[in-house]
Structure formats: structure tokens, C-alpha cells
Design a protein around this ligand. Structure first.
Ligand SMILES: Cc1cc2nc3c(=O)[nH]c(=O)nc-3n(C[C@H](O)[C@H](O)[C@H](O)COP(=O)(O)OP(=O)(O)OC[C@H]3O[C@@H](n4cnc5c(N)ncnc54)[C@H](O)[C@@H]3O)c2cc1C
Length: 402
């Protein structure tokens, strides 16, 4: 079925409207104009300026993609939508993204953590590059133009309105009767009311495994102890993997931390075994990756004292220490918005979409791309990569219509 506004005048000049001048919308506009220079493209943006969010990504440095070298399965990067992304990367991969930006005059650098940034470390270079090409190729950009109803008179319509923290923000799509996944936040730190932990504010433990008791949700990486609880990559990843579960439990869950670089109980016993032969005090002789202050707190949680001697530890005490080091549990009291990144889990269900063209199954001339869809990722450049890939694939699908 065609949507009634379809205008077949594109046999002469195809008219395309894009709702939202964000990362996906502007990338789509530029690529569409590269593929079909004569197509008439209008971008409708509700804000005062285009790509406002893109300009503050990565703390103003714009982590625009990732090498994906540390990702062994795409579900690690995209808790929602990984199958789709796997399919889409065959059309426009992270490597294609890197080449695209370099060729557009934005040299990139890869950090040791696999995140890719512009060499200029300036998100405005990314924004400026897209804006300049949109202008040079004659894309019409209408700012302060909020779309409240689907615009009429276009041959193709692209919805790239971004994450919708409230379902109400998607009301302009109501005439399409789409199935929606209720939005919940993703990528946040967790609040924990435990004073001894707050005294350790600023400590980073490089390699932890965090999990939610009674679930299979688990994430690995550096953990930052803060004045309100816990943050850092491991916690942000966990918040992404378990976004819906955490929302359902009002962010009050039991968080378990393995402080021992991924070692299980047996491996920790083996690591600590040589310590048991010494008459040194527990407080003075401990695994090197833990600071003395942190170690003191962990001893306390295991009901041991710093003056206790290693060779005097009995079996039960050793068990308590090993359990604390490998599965230290905290009750969370809520969530905190991460200062730099925030994405929405949920949005338009992928079941509405033809995964090859990104058109709606019900309306083949309406395309969706970016965070408006129920696709979201952990931090590290993966969210913008999704926006570039989807924007590109939609441009390709529209160009195939001509
Ligand atoms: C502070 C912050 C930092 C981030 N840093 C990174 C990072 O470094 N790397 C990374 O990969 N991801 C990052 N992200 C996530 C990333 O920015 C988003 O996933 C990405 O911008 C989504 O692109 P999009 O085009 O789908 O949506 P957006 O970029 O949000 O664009 C949507 C646009 O649509 C407009 N719009 C919405 N509704 C309407 C309407 N009805 N009519 C007209 N216009 C409308 C909005 O005003 C907006 O301009 C960050 C997010 C935040 C909030």
C-alpha cells in the first residue's frame, strides 16, 4: 500500500523530506545528494540549529566510530538491534565509515581503547563537514520546523528524529500505526548508599566484572567509584545490556562486583596462596591492582582487620575474603544520568521495517534511520556508527527508487 501523499512527479525530480537534522538525517541527505545530485532534498529540523547533539558528542570531541576489534559478537556493542546491524554492515561498515570521513577531509585517530575520533578532537569539524556538503549540494535545511504531522507532497519521507525518551514525542507517526517499544534510558551510572564506598571516590579499578544478581546480565571493564556510587565503562555497559530490566526494577537491584580482573574463586585462591605462607599483615600485603584504601574496605566487608596476619587466616576467613573479592554485593538505590552520554533504549520496533531497504513494511516510501528505531549501543562510537550506517542505507534505498 502506498501512503496517500506519494507524489509520482519523481519521474522528473524526486522530492525527499527528512525529518530531523541529526547525525542520521544529515548523513542521509549528503549521501543521497552524492548518489542522485538532482533529487530535491529538504531537511526539517525542530531545533534552532542542525546537529546540536552531534556537536556535543564525545565531550565535544565526537567519538564517531570504533574499530570493533574488541567486539567478538555484535550483541556486545548493540544490545538491541545487533542482528540488523550485522546485516547493514555488509552495505556500509565501520571501515567504510572511516574511509568516508577521511575522504571528506576529516583525518581520524584511533585511541588505544579502539574509539575513533577526528584528529582535530573537535566535533564541530564533523558537523561543519556535513553542513558544508549539504549546502554545496543544495540540500534545503529548514530549522525551527517541528514536524507535528507527516509532511505531504514528497515522494519519499525519511524519519530520523532521534531517541524519544517519551512515547509522546513519536505522536507525529501515529497515523502509521507502528508498533513501538516503550522507551527507557540507557547508559547511566548507579547510585549506592554506602559511606565507606563514597570515601573511595575517584578510585578506578581497571578490570572488573559487574553483574546483576539473579540475572544473566554481566559486563566487564574499568569501574569508577564515585561520591554517589559506581560508574565507568563496566557500569555503563551493564546499564545498557540491562536497560529494560533495571527500569522494571526501578533501578533498585543487587549489583555484584568481581574486583579480581575476571578471576573466579579458584583462581583467586591460587593467586593468594603464596600470601598465606607469610606472617605479614593483611593490610600491608595485597594484590597490586587494588589500592590500599580499597583493600582496607574490602577487608572490612569480609569482617577481617588490617592487622590480621596472612598465616593466621583460617579456612572460613579465607572463604569470606575470596567471596568478597569475587562477588561483592551492593544494593543500588537508583540511577544517575551519565554526564556525557545518554541514549534511549526502545522506539519504533524493528518488526515495522524491511531490513534490506529500511522502508516501513506498510509504507514503502517512508524510511526510518537512527535512534528513532529500537537500536542502541554501549558507549564507544557504536551509536554514531549506527546512525551513519542507517543513514547511508536509506540513501541507497531511495536512490534505487529513481
Ligand atoms: C551528550 C551526548 C554525547 C554522545 N556522544 C556520543 C559519542 O561520542 N559517540 C557515539 O557513538 N554516540 C554518542 N552519543 C549518542 C549519539 O549522539 C546518538 O546516538 C546519535 O546522535 C543519534 O543520531 P540520530 O540522528 O538518530 O538522532 P539525533 O542526533 O538526536 O538527531 C535527531 C534530530 O531530530 C530532530 N527532531 C526530533 N523530532 C523532530 C520533529 N518532530 N520534527 C523535526 N525535527 C525533529 C532533533 O531536534 C534532532 O536534531 C551521545 C549522545 C549524547 C546525548
Amino acid at each position: 500500500m502506498q501512503f496517500p501523499f506519494i507524489n509520482y512527479s519523481y519521474l522528473c525530480t524526486m522530492k525527499v523530506a527528512i525529518v530531523g537534522a541529526g547525525a542520521a538525517g544529515c548523513f542521509c541527505a549528503v549521501n543521497l545528494k552524492r548518489m542522485l545530485p538532482h533529487v530535491d532534498v529538504t531537511v526539517l529540523e525542530r531545533g534552532q540549529r542542525p546537529m546540536a547533539k552531534l556537536s556535543i558528542t564525545g565531550g565535544g570531541r565526537c567519538n564517531l566510530t570504533n574499530t570493533f576489534r574488541d567486539i567478538t559478537h555484535l550483541s556486545q556493542a548493540y544490545p538491541r538491534g545487533w542482528r540488523l546491524m550485522e546485516r547493514l554492515f555488509r552495505q556500509f561498515s565501520p571501515q567504510d565509515t572511516i574511509v568516508w570521513w577521511q575522504e571528506a577531509g576529516v583525518p581520524l585517530v584511533e585511541q588505544p581503547d579502539q574509539c575513533v575520533f577526528p584528529r582535530s578532537q573537535d566535533a564541530m569539524q564533523v558537523v561543519g563537514t556535513l553542513l558544508h556538503e549539504m549546502q554545496a549540494r543544495g540540500v534545503k535545511l529548514l530549522t525551527q520546523s517541528p514536524v507535528a504531522e507527516l509532511p505531504l507532497g514528497y515522494d519519499a519521507l525519511v524519519i530520523t528524529s532521534g531517541g524519544a525518551p517519551r512515547l509522546g514525542s513519536l505522536s507525529f507517526l501515529s497515523s502509521l500505526n507502528l508498533s513501538l517499544q516503550p522507551p527507557v534510558p540507557s547508559l547511566f551510572a548507579l547510585n549506592i548508599n554506602f559511606t565507606p564506598l563514597q570515601d573511595l571516590t575517584g578510585i578506578v579499578v581497571e578490570d572488573t566484572i559487574v553483574s546483576l544478581a539473579g540475572t544473566r546480565f554481566q559486563a566487564q571493564g574499568p569501574l569508577l567509584i564515585t561520591h554517589f556510587g559506581m560508574s565507568g565503562p563496566a557500569i555503563l555497559r551493564l546499564s545498557s545490556y540491562a536497560a529494560r530490566h533495571l527500569a522494571e526494577h526501578d533501578y533498585k537491584v543487587t549489583l555484584t562486583v568481581n574486583w579480581m580482573q575476571g578471576r573466579n574463586e579458584e583462581q583467586v585462591r591460587t593467586l593468594l596462596h603464596p600470601y598465606l605462607g607469610t606472617n605479614k599483615k593483611l593490610g600491608n600485603h595485597h594484590p597490586q591492582h587494588l589500592t590500599s584504601r580499597h583493600w582496607a574496605m574490602l577487608l572490612d566487608r569480609a569482617s577481617l582487620t588490617a592487622n590480621h596476619r596472612w598465616d593466621a587466616l583460617n579456612h572460613k576467613e579465607m572463604n569470606r575474603l575470596v567471596a568478597t573479592l569475587t562477588s561483592d554485593s551492593y544494593e543500588t538505590t537508583g540511577r544517575r544520568t551519565y554526564r556525557a552520554e545518554f541514549v534511549t533504549c526502545g522506539g519504533v520496533s524493528l518488526s515495522n521495517i524491511n531490513p534490506n531497504t529500511f522502508a516501513l513494511k506498510s509504507h514503502p516510501n517512508i524510511f526510518l534511520a537512527g535512534e528513532v528505531l529500537d537500536v542502541d549501543a554501549i558507549t564507544g562510537g557504536f551509536n554514531l556508527q549506527a546512525a551513519w550506517t542507517m543513514g547511508y542505507v536509506v540513501a541507497k534505498s531511495i536512490s534505487a527508487m529513481s
